[in-house]
Design a protein around this ligand. Structure first.
Ligand code: ZN
Length: 405
């Protein structure tokens, strides 16, 4: 049993911060939280005077077999990316204890996920879409992943005219995925501005309907506001990205779009860090990041649910660290530090369907905890000043206790 004492606690459950707080962790769970609680006699006491304790973060959009470096394969399985080890360590070191993989090699990502669950591996808990539904000749299979047969064979379902959508969804479900991922995009990042084919609207509808029939939520990749509206109309559970690099007007969300996003309850994962990192890299495309900032603010003001994800695993997006960049950019778009922190913890947990046991510092919740050396409510950049990371009651990263030993 561990008792953290004298902490400033941000519970992310909606309360103002608690000062001089005690948090008692027993096994994998948080047993009690409150100001100046009595500590059990047998507890290992950790004094957090001057420090802030909050729920661990999550990344709602990653490719776990990807790489932030151009020198590595764009996407791979366990052997190509050293058993996802580097990416796991980076996530944990940055306080990211849950990730949603938005397209990865099968069966590798599912077996890895299961080994994390059974505690054979120290890594973030994973939800995964496994294979991505893509159009022949389309994005990303014939744009950024062009020429990679391994990616096509292991990480994609290519939707030809005669593809039996329902049996593909069923097969993925039986193979153990948590989500279904599908692309709506004609953007050609390799030969801009010449468009690539996309999955037709009727087929997207079939994919979403079949997924829901088998109890799987659907994440839909879009790159502009028109495609976003289509995704919301068709019943997407989360919409990935928003205004992508090289995307066309309009850049201001219409009343109709905002109503559909709010009315459907869909989550939007704007991946601002990815758009910012790649903005200006496409020859002939105008910068879009200033438009994205305004669009995110408009969605937030309208009450759209925003989730925190990075697209880590694509070039220049560092695992774990990018979650902190994403939080900073969301705050630049107009969210308060408290709103940003809640989005990256409780909000993402709700997107994952895990809100009953993850994402807040409350009695009964899993002890996924981050300790910061400075208060992120004063400066959102302080989320990156991590002293200790706990996942399910186990210390996974520590420069607090070791430093004082
Ligand atoms: Zn992605």
């Amino acid at each position: 049993m561990t008792a953290f004492i004298n902490a400033r606690v941000i519970d992310a459950a909606g309360s103002p911060p608690i000062d001089c707080a005690t948090v008692i962790v027993s096994g994998s769970r948080i047993e009690a939280v409150g100001a100046r609680l009595d500590t059990p006699e047998n507890a290992n006491i950790i004094d957090l005077k001057g420090k802030t304790l909050l729920p661990a973060f999550s990344d709602a959009h990653t490719h776990f077999g990807g790489s932030d470096r151009l020198s590595r394969p764009a996407l791979g399985g366990r052997d190509i990316t050293y058993d996802f080890a580097y990416n796991s360590m980076a996530d944990i070191r940055w306080g990211v204890t849950t990730i949603r993989s938005a397209g990865d090699f099968m069966p590798d990502i599912v077996s890895f996920r299961d080994e994390v669950i059974s505690r054979q591996l120290n890594a973030p808990r994973i939800l995964t879409a496994g294979r991505m539904f893509v159009a022949p000749g389309g994005h990303p299979i014939d744009t950024v992943y062009s020429g990679s047969e391994a990616i096509r064979d292991n990480a994609c379902v290519v939707c030809y005219e005669n593809t039996d959508i329902e049996s593909e969804v069923k097969a993925l479900t039986e193979a153990g995925v948590d989500w279904i991922k599908v692309f709506i995009s004609t953007l050609n990042k390799m030969n801009y501005p010449h468009p690539v084919p996309r999955i037709p609207r009727a087929v997207i509808a079939r994919i979403i309907n079949a997924s829901h029939k088998y109890g799987k939520p659907v994440m839909v990749h879009v790159e502009d506001l028109r495609d976003m509206e289509e995704a919301a109309e068709l019943g997407a559970d989360s919409i990935e990205h928003c205004i992508g690099v090289g995307s066309a007007q309009p850049y201001i969300p219409s009343e109709s779009l905002l109503n559909k996003l709010v009315g459907s309850g869909v989550y939007v994962v704007p991946t601002m860090s990815a758009i910012k990192a790649h903005d200006g890299m496409l020859n002939g495309a105008e910068p879009v990041f200033p438009h994205l900032l305004k669009a995110v603010k408009a969605m937030h003001d309208a009450g759209v649910k925003l989730a925190v994800g990075c697209d880590s695993g694509i070039p220049f997006l560092s695992y774990g660290e990018c979650v902190h960049i994403e939080m900073e950019l969301l705050s630049r778009a107009g969210l308060t530090p408290m709103e940003v922190i809640c989005a990256a913890t409780k909000g993402n947990a709700a997107l994952f369907g895990m809100q009953d046991h993850l994402g807040t510092i409350e009695s009964g919740m899993l002890a996924d905890i981050v300790i910061l050396e400075a208060d992120p409510l004063e400066d959102i950049k302080n989320t990156g000043r991590i002293m200790l990371v706990m996942k399910e009651g186990r210390i996974m990263f520590d420069r607090l206790l070791n430093a004082s030993a």
